[in-house]
Design a protein around this ligand. Structure first.
Ligand code: FRU
Length: 493
């Protein structure tokens, strides 16, 4: 049953909490046919506060069922971000081989210790469930990783590492990553550090993830690191490294100063990947928080705050510039399509009203456009409403720049850092630009050239955008393309 919510900016096919505040996705793990999603949640308010883990499950990452809050604060602190695994071989002894424990490893944030002026108020704790995540017990001997006296010491991402032959925890520590190893999820030993002088350091490092991916028949490791502030378009953003992990140490393939961004938009933060996805599936599945600490607490929604991105598949691909991390919407999202319209090749100079021509008068759209912009000075997709508000997504060939402009996209004055035009570098080959976009009532996700360059932005129009035009300065060749109206998913609220 598709439940269409009444509040204007409630996303229709993105995950949102039933009510109140949400930030980072946490503990994403697949188990017995269910994708689990936990999330940073403040059930008492629509602004950030004492953190809990909210919980939802899905069979397809598109339609969600909300479950009761999984983890509540206790005497050791509130429950910050972290991960979950299924202890298949019962290394922890917390379950059995027949019924392995689902184990959550998270950061305790002790407000008491913080107020007392101490620096060791963030530690890593553990909780487990023996009934598929429905009920949880805290581990009796928490914390499992103590704090050495560093204020920012958090967001453990744990997974079983084949090379190490043990569990590896990737932890964000102020301005670097620390790796810890454990045979039983309870006793942890520090393995190494990475990143103090690598890539972007405009803010604190948070929410890391380390996972293997294959490219050119070679096994590589990708390290995601969220950074706040210091993103390419200000505020929060996520960078990535590609390299090798020998079971102990991470070594980047690229010069230390190189920075790669997972998403150049302002609104994809603290994203990590699902653990325990079956080998037979083989995908590396990602979800981010679709907001930015610059204004997350101020966005103009009333009963809840924040959504996640759509689930995305991450792959490594060889490009002419080197190996890069690509993102694409997962194939399960195709079930939201309410019919396919084929767009025949044509030349556009000036404005093509796509809504009128292809019956796209909907605020929920998927556009997959193949463009040749070799003869264009500028090409823009313009989403608009009857109030004169509009959102622009475009490409400027001379500047080699993809952009989203939300300056006039509706409500922007709730925070001076919100309105703006955001850009991402993108070099084309032979003028070929593929723009794959997902439009929801309050967000746009742009996957350019198969997801080599990605931009995610949120916006708050006073009326839905139900008109879309392609505006070309010079001549854009619109090649054979496909466009879709989308249906709402269930469980978006
Ligand atoms: C990232 C973050 C994490 C932290 C959590 C607290 O957005 O700051 O580092 O664990 O949010 O809610």
């Amino acid at each position: 049953v598709n439940k269409v919510t009444t509040e204007q900016h409630r996303p229709q096919f993105h995950f949102t909490p039933p009510s109140k505040w949400m930030n980072d996705p946490n503990g994403m793990v697949y188990h017995k046919g269910e994708y689990h999603l936990f999330y940073q949640h403040h059930p008492g308010s629509t602004t950030w506060g004492p953190m809990h883990w909210g919980h939802a499950v899905s069979k397809d990452m598109v339609n969600w069922e909300h479950l009761p809050i999984a983890l509540y604060p206790d005497e050791l602190g509130t429950i910050f971000s972290g991960s979950a695994v299924v202890d298949v071989n019962n290394t922890s002894g917390l379950g059995t081989k027949e019924n392995p424990a689902m184990v959550a490893i998270y950061t305790y944030h002790s407000e008491k210790l913080e107020k007392a002026g101490r620096n060791d108020f963030q530690t890593q704790g553990m909780a487990y469930s023996l009934d598929n995540g429905r009920t949880w017990k805290k581990y009796e001997q928490n914390p499992v990783v103590k704090n050495p006296g560093i204020r920012d010491f958090r967001d453990p991402k744990v997974s079983w590492n084949e090379k190490a032959g043990q569990w590896v925890m990737t932890l964000a520590v102020l301005d670097h990553i620390e790796f810890y190893g454990s045979k039983n999820l309870k006793d942890w030993t520090k393995l190494s550090e990475f990143g103090k002088t690598a890539a972007a350091h405009g803010g604190v490092w948070e929410c890391p993830d380390l996972f293997p991916l294959t490219v050119n028949g070679q096994l590589k490791y990708v390290l995601l690191v969220s950074l706040n502030p210091g993103g390419p378009n200000k505020g929060s953003a996520t960078q990535y490294f590609i390299g090798d992990f020998d079971g102990k140490t991470f070594k980047s393939d690229n010069p230390l100063e190189t920075t790669f961004w997972l998403d150049y938009g302002t609104d994809n933060y603290a994203g990590v990947t699902w653990d325990n996805v079956p080998k037979s599936d083989g995908r590396r599945l990602f979800l981010g928080w679709m907001s930015n600490w610059l204004y997350a607490n101020e966005v103009p929604t009333a009963s809840w705050r924040s959504a996640t991105t759509v689930p995305r598949e991450l792959t490594l691909r060889q490009t002419s510039e080197g190996v890069r991390l690509f993102s694409a919407p997962v194939k399960e999202l195709q079930k939201l399509r309410a019919g396919t319209t084929f767009v025949k090749a044509q030349e556009v100079s000036g404005t093509l009203d796509l809504s009128n021509r292809y019956n796209l008068n909907s605020p929920l759209l998927e556009l997959d456009l193949n463009l040749d912009v070799a003869q264009a000075q500028n090409v823009v997709l313009r989403f608009s409403n009857n109030k004169g508000e509009h959102l622009e997504v475009g490409y400027n060939p001379a500047q080699k720049e993809l952009f989203i402009d939300r300056t006039k996209a509706g409500k922007t004055d709730f925070k001076d850092t919100f309105p703006g035009r955001h850009t991402a570098p993108l070099t084309l080959e032979n003028g070929k630009l593929r723009l794959h976009l997902l439009l929801d009532v309050a967000s746009i996700e742009v996957f350019a050239n198969e997801g080599k360059t990605v931009m995610t932005d949120i916006f708050f129009p006073n009326e839905d955008f139900t008109k879309v035009e392609l505006v070309s300065t010079g001549t854009t060749r619109l090649l054979d393309s496909k466009v879709y109206k989308l249906k709402p998913a269930s469980g978006s609220e």
